[in-house]
Ligand binder design. Structure first.
Ligand SMILES: [Zn+2]
Length: 720
């Protein structure tokens, strides 16, 4: 019987290709196979199989061989198809995300490991004794044991010769420790226990279900979802906890270790290849039970997944904006549907979409309305900058200065929040009015005083701060306009000369080690006033922090983002929530020019329902998510006229359909990025339209010229 197989390759292809299966080769769906594509031999995956008489006359190329390794689980194949279909991406590109670490298909390399023989060695020197005492946990590589005992590898080798250690072979990548679901954890309050029980019931059901864990800042959401994780572990299944990348810190991982007695596998963008391979392999083999990772961990080849938790589900970092564009929060729900298990979305400030799904009964709603013990939510008030203008050239108003003085006098800490890195967001020539711009991108250069450079935050381009205006050549005429965190820190230091002021942004804490160090200093009370960007927003607990001042409450409200109000509300609730976590009450003041804006009014009133009500009514009226759907199409290329042509050609190819509105094409706000011109279209659809399918059909009708790109973004989160 002639059998054919459809093979998907991890390249930019929209479909699997047909191949003949040679006699004697037995294949199954998900198998990895080698097959010729063009002149190359490539590793692909068997997507489907059929015994095909209809194709009997077709001359098909033949599969060469099967790779002797575990196949991709069938649910992973379904998930790849779903991701591609939903996001208008090519399945080959999604498979490429999964197979990026394909070297992990091979078993781990084998190395020599040592363990104590149990016999007393001849000639036990003090350093050899140190190896036996401190070289473990065993088995260990010679270099590891030596490092732990503080001796040279030679001492370990000597101990082997003397009979104190025996050699064995083992994998170079050791398996992860097993998390223990019944390891004693923190004691829960009655409310937390009840919420945990609700989630445990959902996991026990072993079916697809989604819960929104909606708990105010500091209410103990993590401890509560740990109960659901424990339940899935008791069932012998794997758990994935997605977190925003910047919260993936050592301190964060420690909480898992405290609860489950073992550190989880972690997954993030800064890992080396070897560490990636280890996680990928252990997950694929089903040996690794607990993974805490950034969004791409969703595409690890889990074979026995029982639960996904999306922590801080409202966070915009779940949206991948390059390559395959997808929202990991939404795809986590899809993964749960494909594999039939529980998904928990957790947040203190859930997205409107999730709240809407909870209100309409699509998700179950688990609420934690209070902080445990004596801790109370901070008191939030607005400072109208019209009534309290800061002094000329300054940005901190008197009410904020008074509040900082009050808390620092008591030996407590203050946080000033401004989501702007650097010293000044704009550099202008006082002589000719020229604004310094990035050379290949439509964005202003930001002055960084600490490094003495002018920097583009979109592309990372930077140059030393010029002495002369690049246009009129005037010397020393460049002025810094507006505040960044560096300037706010300078101002705070001038107002409080004896205070210890520090800046926390990706410039001052660019790597996890620096970040952890600064967080520790803040925790120990070695900083009086911390000035920070959004890096300070995420989940850190500073017991002595009792005042939060927001320098510019209006910053997020500008621009064309329909979610601007929602984002501002979420960010400010999270920032204010940093204040007063322990037994000391906290307070937050928000400087604004728009005290009448509904997001700010609701914040000051502490009335989330008010804000949600107004915002949902507006979205309903405009047919925006969650009452309608949005997609964006972005066209890229070197020649602006040709990009315009491409956009027009695409527009003219729009399939006719009911319930669809098309806006554009127009120049994107960032009309040029890294030398490429950008145009865009927006598509709004009624809720009952299958927008993914519509966009896919549309996309298939237009082929961009080579080096030009058409990018589809379903439910866009970025409007630049
Ligand atoms: Zn000039």
């Amino acid at each position: 019987m002639n059998q054919t197989a459809q093979i998907l390759f991890p390249v930019n292809v929209s479909t699997a290709f047909d191949y003949a299966v040679p006699d004697g080769l037995s294949l199954a769906r998900g198998d990895f196979v080698f097959a010729p594509i063009g002149k190359q031999m490539k590793l692909g995956v068997v997507w489907s199989l059929n015994s095909n008489e209809a194709n009997a006359e077709r001359q098909l190329k033949s599969i060469v061989d099967r790779k002797a390794t575990r196949p991709l689980p069938s649910e992973m194949l379904d998930f790849i198809d779903w991701t591609a279909r939903y996001n208008g991406a090519s399945p080959g590109n999604v498979l490429r995300m999964v197979m990026r670490n394909y070297k992990a298909l091979d078993p781990s390399a084998v190395v020599t490991l040592y363990r104590p023989s149990g016999d007393a060695p001849k000639n036990l020197t003090t350093s050899r004794a140190a190896v036996l005492r401190e070289g473990g946990p065993w088995p260990a590589r010679a270099s590891e044991a030596a490092a732990r005992a503080g001796v040279s590898s030679g001492v370990v080798k000597g101990l082997v010769k003397a009979g104190g250690l025996v050699a064995e072979s083992g994998p170079v990548d050791p398996p992860f420790e097993h998390p223990d679901p019944d390891h004693p954890g923190r004691k829960l309050t009655a409310r937390q226990r009840a919420a945990g029980d609700d989630l445990v019931e959902q996991v026990k059901a072993r079916t697809f279900n989604v819960s929104l864990l909606d708990g105010v800042t500091g209410s103990g959401k993590t401890e509560v979802y740990f109960e659901a994780v424990a339940q899935a572990l008791r069932q012998g299944r794997q758990c994935l906890i997605l977190v925003p990348e910047i919260t993936l810190t050592q301190a964060g991982l420690r909480r898992f270790k405290e609860r489950f007695g073992a550190e989880p596998a972690s997954w993030h963008s800064q890992m080396g290849d070897a560490a990636r391979r280890r996680v990928w392999r252990e997950v694929a083999q089903g040996r690794c039970k607990l993974v805490v990772g950034a969004r791409s961990a969703l595409y690890l080849p889990f074979s026995n997944l029982g639960l996904i938790v999306v922590d801080e589900e409202h966070d915009t970092s779940y949206k991948q904006e390059e390559g395959v564009i997808y929202n990991a929060r939404d795809m986590a729900v899809v993964r749960g549907l494909v594999s039939g298990h529980s998904v928990i979305l957790a947040s203190a400030t859930p997205s409107l979409e999730s709240l809407h799904n909870a209100r309409t009964g699509k998700f179950s709603h688990v609420v934690l309305p209070e902080r445990p013990g004596a801790a109370v939510l901070p008191d939030i008030a607005l400072v109208d900058l019209k009534d309290h203008p800061p002094e000329k050239g300054a940005y901190i108003s008197q009410p904020l200065l008074d509040a900082i003085k009050e808390v620092t006098d008591r030996g407590e800490q203050a946080l000033l929040y401004l989501n702007r890195r650097g010293y000044a967001p704009l550099i202008i020539c006082r002589t000719c009015g020229e604004k310094l711009k990035s050379p290949d991108t439509d964005s202003w250069l930001v002055q960084h005083k600490r490094t003495g450079r002018a920097m583009c935050h979109l592309t990372g381009f930077s140059m030393p701060m010029p002495k002369h205006c690049p246009k009129c050549q005037s010397e020393d005429s460049l002025a810094s306009v507006g505040p960044g965190v560096e300037r706010i820190a300078e101002e705070a230091q001038a107002a409080f000369p004896h205070a210890r002021v520090e800046v926390l942004s990706s410039d001052t804490a660019g790597n996890p080690v620096e970040l952890a160090e600064r967080m520790r200093r803040m925790e120990r009370g070695e900083i009086d006033i911390l000035v920070g960007t959004q890096m300070v927003v995420k989940g850190h607990n500073f017991p002595r922090l009792t005042f939060v001042g927001v320098v510019d409450g209006d910053l997020g409200l500008a621009g064309g983002d329909p979610r601007a109000g929602e984002r501002t509300y979420q960010t400010l609730v999270q920032v204010a929530g940093r204040a007063g976590r322990a037994d000391k009450p906290g307070r937050a003041l928000i400087q604004t020019h728009q005290p009448e804006h509904e997001a700010l009014v609701a914040l000051a009133a502490g009335d989330r329902d008010l804000f949600i009500g107004v915002e949902l009514a507006m979205r309903d009226m405009l047919g925006l998510p969650p009452f309608g759907k949005l997609a964006a199409v972005i066209f890229w290329g070197h020649d602006p006229a040709k990009v315009d042509d491409l956009a027009k050609k695409f527009l003219n190819a729009a399939p006719r359909a009911e319930g669809i509105e098309i806006l554009g094409p127009s120049e994107a706000p960032i009309g040029r990025l890294r030398g490429l011109y950008r145009r865009r279209l927006f598509i709004r659809a009624d809720a009952n339209v299958n927008l993914s399918k519509y966009m896919q059909a549309w996309r298939a009708k237009v082929r961009p010229p080579s080096k030009y790109k058409i990018q589809i973004d379903i439910d866009p989160q970025s409007f630049m």
